[in-house]
Design a protein around this ligand. Sequence first.
Ligand SMILES: C[S@@+](CC[C@H](N)C(=O)[O-])C[C@H]1O[C@@H](n2cnc3c(N)ncnc32)[C@H](O)[C@@H]1O
Length: 239
Amino acid sequence: MEFDIITAFPDMFAGPLSHSIVKRAGEKGLVRVRVHDLREYATDRHRKIDDVPYGGGGGMVLMPGPLFAAVEAIREHHPSESSRIVLLCPQGTRYDQEQARRLSGFGRLILICGHYEGVDERVREHLADESISIGDYVLTGGEIPAMVLVDSLTRLQPGALGGEEAARRDSFGETGFDFPHYTRPADFRGLQVPEVLLSGHHELIAAWRKTRALESTARKRPDLLKPGAPRKAGAIQEH
Ligand SMILES: C[S@@+](CC[C@H](N)C(=O)[O-])C[C@H]1O[C@@H](n2cnc3c(N)ncnc32)[C@H](O)[C@@H]1O
């Protein structure tokens, strides 16, 4: 899967993309992430990308020109039949594992990171295919939400976790929440690891894990066990 991220703050991505599973998935060729500096698509010599809002009020708004130019250049340089343009926005469709599974079906996502007061509304209406929010709170920019998408979608790429089983077991997968995990020592300050995990009896361990996963889901998020959950898709905001 490919990601093209359009941002006014490209340096923010260096850390998250160069560690752990996302880094390894990149090295294995399972994902490819390109970060595009929005200022490269400004047309004036001051590399201006934002301006004051029409109608007054505080803050700055990302101008449509550089954002349209960036998307057009990406599409020209990297043609793809299955790309989707996603605007990161607190007013978008709420992101969850079901939305992640849906978006993982696209070969490429072009992610537009807003900043300041946001982006010119014409970007949402005439450039983006959809808007995604990572939760009901307001962040300073779309960079962290873009990282959230890249990370969660990378985990869904076959081979990224080193085994399909790991992805299936993750919370919000086939059985609600993941089961509890324990590691050495078996006795930590008097706190014992459940006996069954030390038994070496694979069937008993599998049954225990399944029961504990269901118990944990029922206790913390019973809604995930209702018929149709967790694969129930939220409404998608098309533009
Ligand atoms: C400070 S926010 C703008 C908020 C906007 N004035 C509003 O109230 O809807 C700047 C940018 O951060 C990003 N952003 C903030 N919160 C987000 C969220 N919960 N999900 C996705 N993107 C978010 C968006 O790209 C947004 O354009």
